[in-house]
Write a protein that binds this ligand. Structure first.
Ligand code: NDP
Ligand code: 2IT
Length: 444
């Protein structure tokens, strides 16, 4: 059996009931087959693949907190410190009822390669909890965040592990966590990113994932003879990534006609009104029905359906496995030309293969959404030098990083005989840097 297949079987056997983790590992290992098989003896002897699929450390802890009725609640907390070959562990914290160890491992594993692609010195990690911030009061969210950090503070630090936001974790949650870390340690340091601007946050971090997604998408289209200006775009999600993807798409001259949340989706024939969406989601924390109620050109539909809309470009920005084979078929039938993932692993493997086989440009999340963590690394730099850069400075660095990422994975795909396969290009380019650093550092 080939080394790649052996390691995949080992991952499934040793990590039962973690389908998202298996899926993420399978996609990466399949792409690496050509690289590994060219040098199989060496990689096998070093157990390089066994080491890269096994987290360096997994921390699982109890998070007790008191709700507004005086009732004690208990959640599970996780931090997976996956790989520190090229820098301190770096990656977000997801707060969502669906969070379990397998979800955090899939996200942490993806983060290793994503962070490598940014070209910045950050290792891979991820964490979170099955706590659901939805419907909780600010005091309840604060009680949870303080309890979460009271355990996690022992394992994180500006030079060891630097968490950030993800689903359910935004500026409010990061603020409460930062305050508790500072209180417990006495340190005013860049231990978290996505901080508020008044206490060490970076300008443009809030916008970075969505903006970066569009910078990369525009470059991918340009290199394939197309222009983002004038394109019709379908976006899913209505959170941090989706909102700023919509805003940048519009600034670049595209028309965005959809967005969604976990209850339903919007089709807006006039193009999404970003200011209204921000008011509904960022200020009121309300449902998309409120957007539709305030906007005559918008239709609200219950359930799923964003990918049935005719579009040139599709940007899944909500969550994993939200773009399935049937959705890919509908996109192709409607003439979609490009898909770029704002979320982590939103497209299933069969859907990805169908899109690629039908000539749709496809950029995977670990490249397309890397602008968020890249800008987090820029926030770390600013914290270390105790300076703040202007919005324009950060945004211009972000643009350069996203354009470089695209060319890096485009070149890697060409070099290994898979021109246009940006999934393979991203996995190979991300892997090679980490593998080289791991090899140089010996058996650790
Ligand atoms: P937010 O919490 O801000 O928004 C998430 C959005 O996705 C909401 O509209 C939410 O709807 C929807 N959503 C979440 N879970 C589900 C689900 N199970 N089914 C349907 N809809 C769902 O998160 P972000 O925008 O930060 O994250 C979105 C994606 O982007 C995630 O995959 C995340 O890992 C990824 N990402 C985030 C980065 C960042 O910097 N924030 C960086 C790189 C990737 P509802 O409100 O109804 O739950
Ligand atoms: O998935 C991701 O890259 C993030 N949630 C952002 C991580 C970060 O450290 O900014």
């Amino acid at each position: 059996m080939s080394y790649v297949d052996e390691v995949f079987d080992m991952v499934v056997a040793k990590n039962p009931a973690q389908p998202e983790f298996h899926q993420a590992v399978k996609e990466v290992l399949e792409s690496l087959r050509v690289v590994i098989e060219a040098n199989e003896e060496v990689y096998r002897k070093d157990a390089l693949l066994e080491r890269i699929v096994t987290p360096e450390r997994q921390i699982i802890f109890r998070v007790p907190w008191v709700d507004d009725k005086g009732q004690v609640q208990v959640n599970n907390g996780f931090r997976v410190q996956y790989n520190s070959a090229i820098g301190p562990y770096k990656g977000g914290l997801r707060l969502h009822p669906s969070v379990n160890l397998g979800i955090i491992k899939f996200l942490g594993f993806e983060q290793i390669f994503k962070n490598s692609l940014t070209g910045l010195p950050i290792g891979g990690g991820k964490g979170g909890s099955d706590f659901d911030p939805k419907g909780k009061s600010d005091r309840e969210v604060m009680a949870f965040c303080q309890s979460f950090i009271t355990e996690l503070y022992k394992y994180i630090g500006a030079d060891t592990d630097v968490p950030a936001g993800d689903i359910g974790t935004g500026a409010r949650e990061i603020g409460y966590m930062y305050g508790q870390y500072k209180r417990l340690t006495g340190l005013y340091e860049g231990v978290l990113t996505g901080k508020g601007l008044s206490y060490g946050g970076s300008l443009a971090r809030k916008e970075a994932t969505g903006y970066g997604l569009l910078y990369l998408t525009a470059e991918m289209l340009k290199c394939n003879g197309m222009d983002i200006a004038g394109k019709t775009v379908a976006v899913s999600g209505a959170g941090n990534v989706a909102i700023y993807a919509i805003q940048k798409a519009q600034q670049l001259g595209a028309k965005v006609v959809t967005c969604s949340d976990s209850n339903g989706w919007i089709y807006d024939s006039e193009g999404i009104d970003v200011a209204l969406l921000q008011e509904v989601k960022e200020v009121k924390r309300a449902r998309l029905t409120e957007y539709a109620a305030a906007r005559p050109s918008a239709e609200y539909h219950e359930g799923k359906g964003v990918w049935t809309v005719k579009c040139d470009v599709a940007l899944p920005c909500a969550t994993q496995n939200e773009l399935l084979l049937d959705d890919a078929k509908a996109l192709v039938a409607n003439g979609c030309k490009a898909v770029a993932e704002g979320a982590n692993m939103p497209t299933t493997m069969d859907a990805t293969e169908y899109l690629q086989a039908n000539g749709v440009l496809f950029c995977p999340g670990k490249a397309a959404n890397a602008g968020g963590v890249a800008t987090s690394a820029l926030e770390m730099s600013q914290n270390s030098e105790r300076l703040s850069w202007t919005f324009e400075e950060v945004d211009s660095k972000l643009q350069t990083i996203m354009v470089n990422i695209f060319h890096n994975l485009d070149n890697a795909a060409k070099k290994y005989g898979m021109e246009g396969n940006y999934v393979a290009g991203a996995n190979i380019a991300g892997f090679l840097k980490v593998a080289e650093a791991m090899t140089a550092q010996g058996v650790v």
